[in-house]
Design a protein around this ligand. Sequence first.
Ligand code: HC1
Ligand code: SF4
Length: 568
Amino acid sequence: CVTGPATVIQAVAAGRRAAEAIDSYLMRGYVQESHIDYSCSRGSLEDLPKWEFEHFPKLERAKMPAISLKEREGNFKEVELGLSEEAAREEARRCLRCGCTQRYNCDLRREASEHDIVFEKPIHERPYIPIVEDHPFIIRDHNKCISCGRCIAACAEVEGPDVLTFYMKHGRQLVGTKSGLPLRETDCVSCGQCVNACPCGALEARSEKGKVFRAINDPTKTVVAFVAPAVRSVVSSHYGIPYDKASGFMAGLLKKLGFDKVFDFSFAADLTIVEETTEFLNRVANKGVMPQFTSCCPGWVNFVERRYPELIPHLSTCKSPQQMMGATVKNHYAKLAGINKEDLYVVSIVPCIAKKYEAARPEFAPDGIRDVDAVLTSLEMMRMAELKRIDTSTIEPQEFDEPYRQVSGAGILFGASGGVAEAAMRMAVEKLTGKVITDHLDFEEVRGFEGLKEATIQANGTTVRVAVVSGLRNAEPIIEKILQGVDVGYDLIEVMACPGGCICGAGHPVPEKVGTLEQRQQVLINIDKISTYRKSQENPDILRLYEDFYGEPNSPLAHKLLHTHYHP
Ligand code: HC1
Ligand code: SF4
């Protein structure tokens, strides 16, 4: 780890070797990712290749050839990049400078090289526009924007909040907010679908890889990772792993990345079901505020808080599985393992950008110590494996760690739209009838990609009407009716912000072809089918956690650590 002064490196270099060198510093925790500018679109060709060191008092602002980065003050080892200045300059010249983030892994650039295409400096360089950082996790770089409007459509038509628009400034068409307010102050729900839609890297999610690498490299920290249900769906396709091996592969990959403990947060999905279904049945029995809405999607929670605060009493008070897992690890696991909370670094790995926002909320940092210290998207996790040059063909499958090893198929289903409702129905039927159910566990009517799906269960004289919504714009007609006092005919409503649920989260790779999302959904359905436990309430590790720690569902301790309140 770094022993020297704080480092800010601006790499105005585009050579492949140069980029690899920066990656290696990042991986070893020498530099923070937010301080690295990988872009090859900003420096002029005259600047290339050049390393600029800023705010690094002991190093001169030096113009160095790309072939070496000398050891200075014991901070860096010399790196032989093996690329002559001329060769690096040539390589940079071939970069199309479209502004994307692919850098050296670019098909277009490869083609350009193969056909000996050289791009000359344009006669007119457009003036540089400062990067807009008006949201904690979404960054806009108009220098890369090609005005395609895909981000605006994603916000309005895919997700629904509809907060983005084009506007003109200094003769340029830029993307901003409709209200003119900074993005963080609008109804932006932080889902990140705009980032996912951007084809050229003009919109980026703030990455947390650098700080996670630093924690891994810090010998005083025990670094724990837990991985969301939907992540295995892309792990399966990205690495070509069969669905029944995906969970074990993920655990092996995370260990190889250097995490000390790895948990599956489908376990926390099980915990959520036990807490949330208990809350729901209490509302039914005590004529509480109905219908009850799920609260595990932070994009949806942000939407309610920002646009429909009157709906807050309908939201389940349950924290999301991410925050339940964080609170459980920081309180239960820390005690069990005899580790100070301050020395436990907890990383969640999810398909979602809103979860970065959620983990950073002040109410989830009791006494200033965050329950979840960093959130990586599945893309970031896969990039970390690349940075570490992990040969994934050599990954040994592993089990997740105790004491949260067992997960149910119901918890895995959370990753696709309908999964939360299906898991809740598997528990509600048993609680209402007092009988253990062994068949009819599949509620296929709530699976799939329709914006609104419905199911009804009858149990012991009680009828429970369930709706499943994905895509926030599909929730608005129901919300409007509830706010007008109309009975919408549902008791329990699952809402996930992204169409199809988390398998379509913006932290996943952009779906490559028709059928990609269906394949991701199928991975989760298949894993549920072969699971030893298919109901959250029968997960033995959950039962033991209640016995040893929480007492019973909705107990005072469970309320303290697993439930939350919302902010209008
Ligand atoms: Fe999701 Fe959830 S399912 S919200 O989509 O309830 O991100 O996978 O992790 O918290 O468990 C996301 C996925 C995720 C939570 C769970
Ligand atoms: Fe995040 Fe899933 Fe909600 Fe999308 S649906 S915002 S990925 S939690």
